[in-house]
Design a protein around this ligand. Structure first.
Ligand code: ANZ
Ligand code: ZN
Length: 850
């Protein structure tokens, strides 16, 4: 027998599983179904440790569910569109398609070497027309249902590279490649109406009991439902008269500004009104006033992301116009254009309350506007001055006329009621969530199936012309989207009027691709995106596992896409992912030189006194343990580790050291420990140890382990499952040969098989067992044997010992009496008569007087 040799065993069993089509999911199976899914990878070129950890967790659950008797769907595919492929094309002069496909081939091979129980027959790559063609069809279904529209929207524009940048390509307001100050530009883009689903998506979170609370909270905040008051201020002063040029020119419908507030209770604390730089009023002022125009242009420098806007210094421009306070007709509030007001939220205009809002406070301080307290805590009164920051908290209303003395909430209701009665405003719910702009000015993505005709406008590509295939002949010599320059592909005829027309050259945001791939995994007919019944046989995904970095966008878009498909009658589920688990990261030590260079661990050596230095002898400091990343140079490539130690040792280590939701620190010592454990199991399975008789202690240990491992895997507490198996191995090693010991070894092999499947198959076959352990039934436990502590109770009849019983310690008198009376031997003594008296000494004795 010798040592377990993973180099031989891994390949042998991977081939057997393949040959026997073990993990091919059968939709028509009568068994109960389980759908286990890990977030599919981006084909960057190589599998990293984070992938290994993620996919190992899913694999343990998938294999466990199969052994429990479920028909399991555990598929794999590739989120294959996206920018890195285009960057590679520009840098290395390779085609994004070729680059992506060779990465997929390499990574598929790496995953196969880890022995994952995947149904490879359902593999999907989102860059295949067989996939994205169906996506185009689904998009057109949503278009027909009125859930898609086109609108002007701002993008980040790099004026040097002459290209549109994604938000993540804007770093501190500058283009990542050119370093040029990014500008905002307006482009016509396609939007999906996710805001139509804002309430559903928010309320649906309540049904997701198997999701981490933190993820639900992040989605809740992202959707950001808040209720308040929407109302109009009348304008006065120069520029507000009915015959003023702006109003005449229609730049402004009426001399009014509509604002949205969540704090109508603070209305008497208002000291200014502010509009967004894109607000029609700001545009109107700019048409007359070059200084205003210059200020607005200035606001446009910098990125478009809300985070970017929020961190900027607050700045404004006074328009010369004034607003009339709706409840204090004599009060006039100056109207400003301000960079911190967003056009996309609420109405794009606010009233500012410096005393109780921090942004307004900073703005008022800078421009010397009044700061007026209208809310006071118990320890304050109406004259307590505001300190050096705003007080956003609760309290009693002061300095506010008819609202004085009310609580914040009462005052909010009161103001809203008055506004509605007097007709200048109404209660309103606002959402932070914006419609989803899906247009990307990029080549390597799904072509948006639309055609632009100068006569008919935007026209959908007819279904029988799908897929709109991405042309292969493109060049990346010039900046921008090569599709724009590909005249042969771009020029087409209008499906409506037959005239000359141009294809849409934008492609989908890659989040569209990942918003329905889990449905395509469940059902993949050739002629349509999915078959409803087959998809519903599997969905929702029972357990989805992935990184918390997808807590918002991907998971929200997938939830939206599912609900949109339901609304148009394509599928009957509300939520795509029943269970969600977000695993921790794989971390590793870092090293840094005095001048700030990161070094890989193998570039560092220690002298006799433990001082660290690089190859040239320069001093090196030990850095923190951080997430593996190329920039910190602390990554470890799984491939050589798997080649050296075998798949099972790597899998075992990935599960063993930390709870799965926490970070796992990579260490070679950990891998070596896992490899030693693999050999210990192998030794137990192969060392001859035939024995007779039973070993009750070991039997109890075994049954407790079966229960504990099952419970741990069910709860995704893989480290606990591993710890239980360590204990069982210790116990079996110590036990003398017996039939129980042989049973325990067989059960151990089954229990370890989800984590270390190659080892388990090898042991199973060495033990002379039939078939594959992957197909074996999960061991069952006897609940009676789980009872921790047993006592022996003597049963006497008229003072004479007649029986001894085993019972759990601490059994109460009544139960002990019942147990004793149920004994056959006692019954024989009593011969049908009722006992005169029963004396119980807990945990020791039951004496029956007949
Ligand atoms: C007056 C007020 C007084 C406000 C106060 C807050 C505190 P949430 O809760 O996130 O929905 N606001 C409204 N529209 C805005 C926009 N387009 N850009 C920037 N700020 C905007 O935020 C609602 C509050 O954010 C609103 O309530 C408004 O300021 C501001 F003590 O009105 B508030
Ligand atoms: Zn036309």
């Amino acid at each position: 027998t010798g040592r377990f040799d993973p180099a031989v065993a891994d390949v042998r069993w991977q081939k057997r599983w393949d040959d026997e089509r073990c993990f091919i999911a059968d939709t028509d199976s009568p068994k109960p179904k389980a759908y286990v899914l890990e977030m599919f990878p981006y084909p960057s070129g190589r599998i990293h440790m984070g992938h290994v950890r993620n996919y190992t967790m899913g694999d343990v659950l998938a294999r466990y569910r199969r052994m429990q008797g479920f028909e399991v769907l555990h598929p794999m595919g590739w989120d294959a569109f996206g920018m890195p492929a285009e960057n590679a094309a520009m840098e290395r002069k390779v085609h994004p398609g070729g680059w992506t496909r060779s990465n997929i081939a390499a990574m598929r091979d790496q995953l196969k070497r880890l022995g994952f129980a995947l149904d490879w027959s359902r593999e999907i790559a989102t860059c295949d027309p067989e996939y994205y063609g169906h996506e185009q069809a689904l998009f057109l279904d949503l278009y027909d249902a009125g859930l898609v529209y086109r609108k002007e929207s701002e993008v980040n524009w790099d004026p040097v590279d002459m290209t549109v940048l994604a938000n993540e390509q804007v770093i501190d307001g500058k283009g990542w490649r050119s370093g040029a100050q990014v500008e905002r530009r307006k482009l016509s883009q396609w939007f999906l109406k996710i805001t139509d689903f804002a309430d559903e998506l928010l309320d649906g979170l309540q049904t997701l009991d198997d999701w981490p609370d933190k993820v639900k909270l992040m989605q809740e905040n992202w959707i950001g439902r808040s209720s308040g008051l929407r109302f109009r201020f009348k304008l006065t002063g120069e520029g507000a008269d009915a015959d003023y040029p702006w109003i005449k020119a229609g730049l402004l419908a009426a001399p009014e500004i509509e604002v949205f507030t969540t704090r109508p209770d603070t209305i008497f604390g208002a000291s200014f009104v502010a509009v967004a730089p894109d607000h029609p009023l700001a545009q109107a002022v700019a048409s007359e006033n070059p200084d205003a125009a210059a200020f607005i242009a200035d606001c446009k420098a910098g990125g478009t992301s809300a985070a970017e806007v929020e961190t900027q210094e607050k700045r404004g421009f006074f328009t010369g116009i004034e607003a009339v306070h709706p409840l204090q007709g004599e009060w006039r509030l100056p109207v400003w254009i301000a960079n911190f007001v967003l056009m996309e939220y609420g109405t794009g205009a606010v009233f500012g309350v410096p005393a109780h809002d921090q942004r307004d406070f900073e703005f008022a301080t800078k421009y010397d506007l009044p700061i007026r307290r209208v809310v006071a805590r118990a320890d304050q009164d109406r004259d307590t001055p505001i300190g050096d920051e705003a007080e956003p908290g609760e309290g009693v209303i002061v300095n506010s006329g008819f609202l004085d003395g009310l609580s914040v909430e009462e005052a909010q209701d009161s103001v809203i009621r008055r506004a509605e009665e007097q007709g200048w405003g109404s209660r309103e719910t606002a959402y932070r969530l914006r419609d989803w702009g899906v247009s990307r000015q990029r080549y390597w993505g799904t072509p948006i199936p639309m055609i632009h005709c100068s006569k008919c406008g935007a026209v959908a590509v007819p279904r029988d012309q799908l897929p709109v295939v991405l042309p292969a002949d493109v060049s990346f010599e010039l900046p921008g989207n090569p599709l724009d320059r590909n005249e042969g592909w771009r020029r087409t005829s209008c499906p409506k009027c037959g005239g000359e027309a141009l294809r849409e050259t934008d492609t989908f945001d890659t989040f569209v691709d990942s918003s329905w791939y889990f449905i395509r995994f469940a059902s993949q007919p050739v002629d349509k995106p999915f078959d409803r019944a087959a998809a519903e046989a599997w969905l929702p995904v029972d357990q989805y596992i992935g990184g918390v970095e997808h807590a918002i966008l991907h998971l929200l878009y997938a939830r939206f896409w599912t609900r949109a498909l339901k609304r148009i009658g394509r599928i009957g589920i509300d939520e795509p992912f029943k269970g969600l688990f977000t695993q921790g990261m794989v971390t590793h030590e870092t090293f840094r030189t005095a001048d700030g260079r990161w070094l890989a661990p193998d570039e560092v050596s220690a002298d006799g006194k433990g001082k660290l230095a690089d190859a040239a002898g320069a001093a090196v400091e030990r850095g923190r343990v951080e997430k593996m990343s190329k920039s910190k140079r602390n990554t470890v490539d799984p491939e050589p580790i798997v080649a050296r130690y075998g798949a099972d040792a790597v899998r075992w280590f990935m599960l063993s050291d930390s709870p799965p939701e926490r970070d796992l620190e990579w260490s070679i010592g950990g891998i070596e420990g896992a490899a030693r454990f693999v050999q210990r199991v192998w030794k137990l399975a192969t060392a001859a140890s035939v024995g007779e008789g039973e070993d009750q202690a070991l039997e109890r240990k075994l049954h407790r382990t079966i229960a504990a491992v099952g419970e741990a895997i069910d709860g995704l507490q893989f480290n606990k499952a591993v710890a239980s198996l360590y204990e069982l191995v210790n116990a079996v090693e110590k036990a003398a040969p017996s039939t129980t010991r042989s049973d325990a070894v067989r059960a151990l092999v089954k229990l370890a098989s989800p984590m270390a499947p190659h080892l388990a198959e090898e042991c199973w076959s060495a033990l002379g067992q039939e078939g594959l352990v992957a197909n074996a039934e999960w061991p069952k436990f006897d609940p009676a044997l789980l009872i921790e502590d047993q006592v022996t109770i003597a049963v006497q009849v008229n003072g004479k010992l007649r029986d001894t019983l085993t019972a759990p310690r601490g059994l109460d008198r009544e139960k002990a009496e019942a147990l004793a009376l149920a004994s056959e031997k006692v019954q024989r003594q009593l011969a049908g008569t009722a006992p005169r008296k029963v004396i119980v000494v807990p945990d020791r004795l039951v004496n029956i007087v007949a």
